[in-house]
Design a protein around this ligand. Structure first.
Ligand code: BG6
Length: 607
């Protein structure tokens, strides 16, 4: 995924572009660049590496004067992260500069055609074909050239363009990649994400697919592909600017871990009214639910593991079969999905390419689709038949935390809602509501009750491999706990169903092998404690995670993490907290770039 930003107004553009790119850096950070209109020519400055390098190279923007420009921060897809491949890209005649987030699937044939017509390429990127097409189709109207160009493109793109022939305008086009307009006073903006705009304006327009925008310092016009002007609604961003800042924490990830009680509360509270779970945004009836023969949950990364946790709760309360599929697998698996399937799509960003593709696959097969997303106006939110937002606020750290726990509670709320549609005993209902309402407080307790985590991180941070084991709901949490450790501390970690140890993995256990045993599900905890005995007999070092009141665990393991007594159905929400913190402090010990881990991106908008 990449981030694009554009500005036109009266102040110098480059400093505004650089500030915007800093807010978008979580979307990709291997190279960056800006292009600014300097009277009748376009000045471009690009770097490999982070925005900080671009700030340094441009003297905080002073070296690229002008009041109109575009900027880009890249997560490389086509072509290595080099200065040549960094955006913005220029047309051969120097009249156009372009920035792009997305992927052009037919770029090779376009590149051949353009090369045959004498256009010269500077880079290996798919993006560069776009700027040469614009030059080829330009006959005096940038908008018309853009429309003709995008008619040739297959794939996804959020484009930002400037042109020497219309020097105070910035042009934006959206197709399957997010693009938002910022409406200022005497200045206007576009960006891939609201976080890049909110320091300047709270008035935004979410572009839809197939829409073209032309912005000058005093006007914003949006067109459809036939050139017809559209009347777009201006939305107001409500969350606080500080929500997208570190707020005094060393890293966004730590801040977002600490925000989880509030994020979970903000996600649950609006959906509890008069002791009932309400989903005004769903409009599902008992008849609709009765027509559902199975639920398929599909997602990527941590969102997939949220689905693995949610499966247990949905099946336990609703007795509807639930399958959980990786989106990158489902999209090519000729899935058994039909009109009697409810396809639940989970995505924090709402832009993950594999998840979008799986959603489209499900829609084409007639499934009812329900998206659980965190980003307003995201592609998945627009594509799904029904959308439920996790009110986590902007999540900047690449490794998700509050995004994950709020996805979990939406799944829990849905399970209770569906169970109620099927007829849930009032006493059971009341207990479930009470358990849900207790979660924010219990998350806070889980944060506070493990002061030994930094010390444990010091003990384990040099391990060559860590094993996370658990059963049932504990196993699903083990999967996410292992991913957290891998993605930010770069230690190899593997999650295993505790019952499976004896069928292979135990062969890897030797003296001091660290095993993190999750024992938070009362119903089967004894079995996992037996597994602790098995691995300790082979020399393992065991860190057990269990309920604070579990005295038995104290004689079984070497180190301990605790959670408060949480309803076993919902314990994943508290159980993951110590594991997030353990991964965080281990990464700190290892000197890793915690908010921007190597090779990763906040959301991968390409296959
Ligand atoms: C990965 C992120 O790129 O994508 C993970 O690093 C995330 O944190 C996964 O879980 C899925 O992203 P999303 O936005 O679809 O939930």
């Amino acid at each position: 995924m990449c981030g694009i930003v554009g500005f036109t107004g009266t102040q110098q553009a480059a400093p505004v572009l650089l500030e915007g790119l800093k807010k978008l850096e979580y979307r990709g950070y291997d190279s960056a660049g800006v292009a600014v209109m300097d009277k009748d020519r376009i000045a471009v400055s690009k770097v490999t590496g982070r925005i900080a390098s671009l700030c340094e190279k441009t003297g905080q923007g002073k070296a690229v004067p002008g009041t109109t420009g575009v900027g880009h921060t890249r997560w490389a897809t086509h072509g290595a992260p080099t200065e040549e491949n960094a955006h913005p890209h220029l047309s051969n005649d120097g009249k156009f500069a372009i920035v792009h987030n997305g992927i052009i699937e037919n770029y090779l044939e376009l590149r051949e055609e353009l090369t045959g017509r004498g256009y010269h390429f500077e880079s290996q990127t798919d993006t560069e074909v776009i700027v040469h097409l614009i030059e080829m189709y330009y006959r005096g109207s940038v908008r018309e050239a853009l429309i003709r160009t995008t008619n040739r493109l297959q794939g996804s793109y959020a484009l930002g363009v400037i042109c020497t022939e219309e020097p105070e305008k910035i042009f934006a086009v959206r197709e399957a990649s997010p693009l938002i307009l910022g409406i200022g006073v005497g200045e206007n903006f576009f960006a891939s994400d609201v976080t890049a705009l909110v320091s300047y304006t709270r008035n935004v327009i979410y572009l839809e697919d197939g829409e073209y925008a032309e912005l000058t310092p005093d006007s914003v016009r949006v067109f459809d592909c036939s050139g017809r002007i559209l009347d777009k609604e201006i939305s107001r961003v409500t969350w606080d600017v500080r929500a997208a800042e570190k707020g005094g924490y060393a890293h966004f990830m730590l801040k977002e871990i600490m925000e989880q009680p509030g994020a979970v509360k903000a996600t649950i509270e609006p959906r509890l009214k008069n002791g009932k779970v309400v989903f005004d945004e769903l409009g599902m009836t008992e008849k609709d639910l009765r027509s559902i023969r199975k639920i398929v949950i599909t997602a990527c990364g941590s969102a997939y593991y949220a689905g693995c946790s949610g499966k247990y709760v949905l099946e336990s309360l609703c007795r509807i079969p639930v399958e959980v599929e990786l989106a990158s697998e489902l999209r090519y698996s000729d899935p058994l999905i039909d009109s009697h399937t409810l396809l639940i799509v989970i995505s924090q960003s709402g832009e993950t390419a594999d998840t979008i593709a799986a959603l489209k696959e499900g829609r084409e097969r007639g499934a009812k689709t329900l998206a659980i997303v965190n980003v307003l106006g995201s592609s998945i939110a627009k594509l799904a038949g029904m959308t439920v937002y996790t009110w986590a606020g902007p999540e900047i750290a690449v490794a998700t935390t509050k995004g994950f726990t709020t996805q979990l509670v939406v799944l829990y709320l849905l399970a209770v809602y569906f169970a109620d549609l099927q007829g849930l005993a009032a006493s059971v209902y009341a207990q479930l509501i009470a358990s849900l309402q207790a979660l924010p407080r219990q998350i806070q307790q889980a944060i506070d009750m493990n002061p030994s985590i930094p010390e444990l991180a010091g003990k384990y941070h040099g391990s060559s491999s860590l094993f996370f084991i658990g059963r049932n709901t504990d196993y699903a949490v083990a999967l996410e706990g292992a991913l957290k450790m891998k993605e930010i501390s770069y230690l190899h970690a593997e999650a295993y169903a505790a019952g499976e140890l004896k069928h292979g993995t135990i062969a890897l256990i030797e003296e001091h092998t660290p095993v993190i045993a999750l024992c938070c599900n009362w119903t089967i905890m004894e079995k996992t404690m037996n597994n602790i005995v098995e691995v300790k007999a082979r020399g393992a070092e065991v860190l057990a995670l269990s309920f604070r009141g579990n005295q038995k665990i104290l004689s079984a393991a070497d180190d301990f993490l605790f959670i408060p007594d949480t309803d076993p159905l919902f314990s994943a929400v508290t159980e993951i907290i110590p594991l997030q913190l353990l991964a965080y402090y281990t990464a700190l010990e290892n000197g890793c770039d915690i908010d921007k881990p190597k090779n990763l991106a906040k959301s991968v908008t390409v296959e």
